[in-house]
Design a protein around this ligand. Structure first.
Ligand code: NDP
Length: 292
């Protein structure tokens, strides 16, 4: 039986994420060419079997699939603009964190040059790439996603979110916003308990279990948000206000700043001031969206 020919991939950008992606592809047997602006980052990859291109143009020459893992939108253009002609007819995946509008702009740029474009949002840190738990969200050309899906699944779970190149980035940043709010909430709690001599280490397992239990409520919140009917007879804003005011007082008493919880108190107060005291906490979605 003839062995299946593996996809030839070029990885442009060898920061920690680019190196993890290239290492996984090389380790999976993909012919892999790599390039980085500053030399000296490819040694381990070359030892593992990658070919290091002297410049980006030679790195992409033999590739069917070009993956860019750079620092931002400007760096993607800085690297790809001079390669536009050469990329014509190839598949391009941008795994650089770019804002949705920037991903759409890259999609339009690629379409204008006859390049098939898929954008990706990486929901993992470099050591997770190629292992369980990593996920990359994709949107853009379904042809690229379908054709190279087996290669993408070597890196992580791969989910496709439609042909708008900005959707994966939108999901990515929406998830990250929630992640940052969750982590900073934990930091606030850790500062509170530390005022009583309780270590973050003993607080963390309790916080992790509680966050996991509370995450179970998200689908119910989502149903309310999508219905647009926020009436809540059990836990409306008027129920949350005294509880949250107590959190603010307890924080102050513990000498902990209100940078994290202060804005949440303001949102609850605003909901009540807007005559929404009988509606649930989920109505904050409308407050945030400016629907007052
Ligand atoms: P780094 O900042 O370490 O690497 C950025 C890369 O971009 C480097 O290879 C750098 O080259 C290159 N670069 C920057 N500007 C230019 C330019 N003008 N021209 C050419 N090359 C340029 O980032 P990471 O590898 O950690 O991340 C890469 C992308 O992956 C980012 O968008 C990041 O948000 C995303 N990501 C990273 C995660 C992580 O945990 N690291 C998690 C999820 C997403 P040089 O070496 O020459 O400076």
């Amino acid at each position: 039986m003839t062995p299946t020919r593996q996809t030839a991939v070029a990885v442009l950008g060898l920061g920690p994420m680019g190196r993890a992606i290239a290492a996984t592809l090389v380790g999976s047997g993909n012919p892999t060419t790599v390039w980085n602006r500053t030399p000296g980052k490819a040694a381990e990859l070359v030892a593992a079997g990658a070919v290091s291109g002297p410049d980006a143009a030679s790195a992409v020459a033999a590739a069917q699939l070009v993956v860019v893992v750079l620092s931002d939108h400007a760096s993607v253009h800085a690297v790809l603009d001079p390669l536009a002609e050469q990329l014509k007819g190839k598949a391009l995946i941008n795994l650089t964190s770019t804002a949705p509008e920037e991903s759409r702009e890259l999609g339009a740029w690629a379409a204008g040059h006859g390049i098939e474009f898929l954008d990706g949002g990486i929901m993992a840190v470099p050591p997770m790439i190629g292992g369980p738990g990593a996920s990359i969200l994709y949107s853009g050309a379904v042809s690229v996603f379908d054709r190279f899906r087996s290669d993408l699944e070597k890196l992580s779970a791969a989910d496709y979110f439609g042909d708008d190149p900005g959707t994966a980035a939108l999901y990515d940043f929406a998830l990250l916003a929630g992640m940052y709010a969750m982590f900073t909430g934990f930091f606030h709690g850790a500062a509170m308990v530390r005022s009583a001599g309780i270590s973050a280490a003993s607080f963390a397992p309790r916080a992790a279990a509680y966050v996991a239990a509370m995450a179970e409520l998200l689908p119910a919140y989502a149903t309310v948000i999508d219905s647009g009917d926020y009436t809540d007879e059990v836990q409306p804003a008027r129920f949350h206000k005294p509880a949250f005011d107590a959190i603010v007082r307890a924080s102050r008493d513990a000498g902990v700043g209100l940078d994290i919880v202060g804005p949440i108190k303001n949102l609850i107060d605003r909901q009540i001031a807007d005559g929404r005291a009988g509606e649930g906490l989920e109505r904050i979605v409308e407050e945030l969206a400016g629907n007052r």
